[in-house]
Write a protein that binds this ligand. Structure first.
Ligand code: 5GP
Length: 143
C-alpha cells in the first residue's frame, strides 16, 4: 500500500466539493461522474467515489461495490449516447502506472472500431464540446 497520504486539496476533491466546475453527468450518494477535460476519446467520462482515497490501493473495500455499479451504469450510458462499438475502462495507481490525480477514479471511454485512444494527458477539449457530450450522456441516463 502507498505510504503517501491522501491530499484533500487534490483537483477531484475540489470538483466533488463544487469548488472547481465540471461537466457532471451523474451523481448518487457515493459517486460523481463528470467529463474528462483532456479526453482520450469522444465522451471520455470519469467516475469518482465521494469517499476519499488516493487510489484503489488505499480504498475502503466497502466503497468499491457501489463504484463498480456506477462504472457499469456509465459504461452502458456512454456506449448508448455515442453509439459506440465498445467501451474501455481504465484505472491507474501511483505515478509509475500513469496516475496523475490522486483521488480514486475510473476512466470510462467510448470506443469506435479502428479509432485509437489519444494520449493519456493530451489536449484540453473545448468547454462547449464537453457540455454537448455531457448533455448526450445525461439524456440517456434520464431514460
Ligand atoms: P489519471 O492519470 O490520474 O488516471 O487521470 C487523471 C485524469 O483527469 C486525466 O485523464 C485528465 O485529463 C483528467 N483531469 C485532470 N485535471 C482535470 C480537471 O481539472 N477536470 C477534469 N474534469 N478532468 C481533469
Amino acid at each position: 500500500m502507498s505510504s503517501t497520504a491522501y491530499d484533500p486539496n487534490n483537483i477531484f476533491a475540489k470538483i466533488l466539493r463544487g469548488e472547481i466546475p465540471s461537466h457532471r453527468v451523474y451523481e448518487d450518494e457515493s459517486v460523481v461522474a463528470f467529463m474528462d477535460v483532456m479526453p482520450q476519446g469522444t465522451g471520455h467520462t470519469l467516475v469518482v467515489p465521494k469517499a476519499p482515497s488516493r487510489n484503489l490501493l488505499d480504498a475502503e473495500p466497502a466503497a468499491l461495490g457501489q463504484l463498480a455499479i456506477a462504472v457499469q451504469k456509465l459504461a452502458r450510458a456512454v456506449k448508448a449516447a455515442f453509439v459506440a462499438d465498445g467501451v474501455t475502462v481504465l484505472q491507474f495507481n501511483e505515478p509509475a502506472s500513469g496516475q496523475t490525480v490522486y483521488h480514486l477514479h475510473v476512466h470510462v471511454i467510448p470506443r469506435f472500431e479502428g479509432v485509437p485512444l489519444k494520449p493519456h494527458t493530451g489536449d484540453m477539449e473545448k468547454p462547449d464540446v464537453l457540455a454537448a457530450n455531457a448533455d448526450k450522456i445525461r439524456a440517456v441516463l434520464k431514460g
